[in-house]
Design a protein around this ligand. Structure first.
Ligand SMILES: [Zn+2]
Length: 212
């Protein structure tokens, strides 16, 4: 049984997900923990639920999605994984943060890399990795077919799509990837977004103004 717990964190209201299953193993998706209170809350959640963190899995590496990487990597001694085409964003994180008015510590390079069609596995759970560039060049989403769950990062939002005006972004690429790679998955698939509420592929396919 997959459990997806959402933490809305940092001043950009980014969704960090802790995903666990019946084995107690868990992964952190896009840890954006920034404030001390957020650090306390996540440690409590892990302890209270007796979870065993095994990996940091990033959909992409914009600064608001990696603000909490070093805290989690050090606290639980687990690897940070992302797509190689977003590694440059990790190096730019401090500068990008500054541009948005946030002070943050540097984030070290990923420990290992995801590639399209590989699987991300922990406990009894398996996610397929789908490369969906457009919002950022190394953006990936995690798809659990059995559970009808898609961890979508900043590709697709409830009634909206990710911005494409940052370096490496491209609007047409984003639109065609959503239509070809995501809308070919079952409509009932529940999408957990990088910001805002959850949605489903069916709902976005029929009502999203950017995609209809
Ligand atoms: Zn982003």
């Amino acid at each position: 049984m997959l459990k997806v717990e959402k933490f809305v964190v940092n001043p950009l209201q980014e969704n960090t997900y802790v995903i666990s299953d019946e084995t107690g193993e868990c992964i952190f998706v896009d840890p954006g923990f920034y404030f001390r209170q957020e650090h306390r809350e996540i440690k409590e959640y892990v302890t209270d639920n007796q979870l065993k963190p095994v990996m940091i899995a990033n959909t992409h590496c914009h600064f608001d999605h990696i603000m909490g990487v070093e805290f989690i990597r050090e606290e639980y001694e687990i690897p940070f994984c992302a797509h190689p085409d977003d590694a440059f964003w990790v190096e730019k994180a401090v500068d990008q943060g500054e541009m948005f008015g946030f002070e943050m510590k540097p984030v070290g390079a990923p420990n290992s890399f995801f590639h399209e069609n590989e699987t991300l596995e922990f406990g009894n759970t398996s996610f397929r990795i789908i490369h969906v560039p457009g919002h950022s060049p190394g953006h990936v989403v995690f798809y659990a077919e059995k559970e009808n769950v898609l961890i979508g990062g900043d590709v697709l939002f409830y009634g909206s799509i990710g911005r494409t005006d940052l370096p490496g972004g491209d609007h047409q690429t984003l639109i065609s990837n959503i239509k070809n790679k995501l809308f070919s998955l079952p409509g009932k698939t529940k999408v957990f977004c990088g910001h805002g509420p959850e949605t489903t592929l069916e709902f976005e396919k029929t009502s999203n103004p950017f995609l209809t």
